[in-house]
Design a protein around this ligand. Structure first.
Ligand code: FE2
Length: 172
């Protein structure tokens, strides 16, 4: 039986005490979405979950690359380089998925490979990177605030561009 549609973390919702909590919430969300996609034969569920996975992954990797990685890089440069390589690999999967439709066998196969790659990646982050960040002497509150600000800015930019699109094309 297909899993329920899981809730995404609200944009800008980042604990001030521990910025890694928000990233782990995103990881849980993605694990549930992969499970939902890969455990169903229902094309309607796949058509919903497939794009949700792509969007959640893009949102999460963008936040990490723009704000999180640059500020924790000094803790373990080799580990961050590995994490960035993982993200590039994920971007390649997303590009291939965009050319296909959820439910197609090629899409299903890519989704399985993407899941395996992402599960391995988030385990590295959760077991090595995040504990190193939490036990460091970094100003975690500052990092959380920057992550909040980044996501809030993204929301207002998206709202402004969709309003602009509505004005340019008032029939839609
Ligand atoms: Fe990541």
């Amino acid at each position: 039986m297909a899993q329920d549609n899981p809730p995404a973390r609200a944009h800008g919702s980042v604990s001030l005490d521990d910025p890694t909590q928000a990233l782990m919430q995103d990881h849980d969300y993605m694990r549930q979405l992969f499970q939902r996609y890969l455990s169903t034969e229902d094309d309607r569920v796949k058509q919903q979950a497939g794009p949700q996975i792509c969007e959640a992954l893009h949102r999460h990797t963008t936040l990490e690359e723009a704000v999180f990685y640059p500020r924790v890089q000094h803790l373990d440069p080799a580990l961050i380089a590995r994490c960035e390589d993982d993200h590039h690999q994920a971007d390649e999967f997303l590009l291939q998925l965009q050319k296909l439709k959820p439910g197609e066998s090629a899409y299903d196969g890519l989704m399985q490979q993407l899941r395996d790659a992402i599960i391995a990646h988030i385990e590295v982050e959760e077991r090595q990177l995040f504990p190193a960040v939490r036990s460091s002497s970094m100003n975690l509150q500052d990092l959380s605030l920057r992550m909040q600000a980044y996501e809030s800015n993204l929301i207002s930019t998206q709202a402004a561009s969709s309003k602009g699109a509505a004005r340019a094309n008032p029939m839609h």
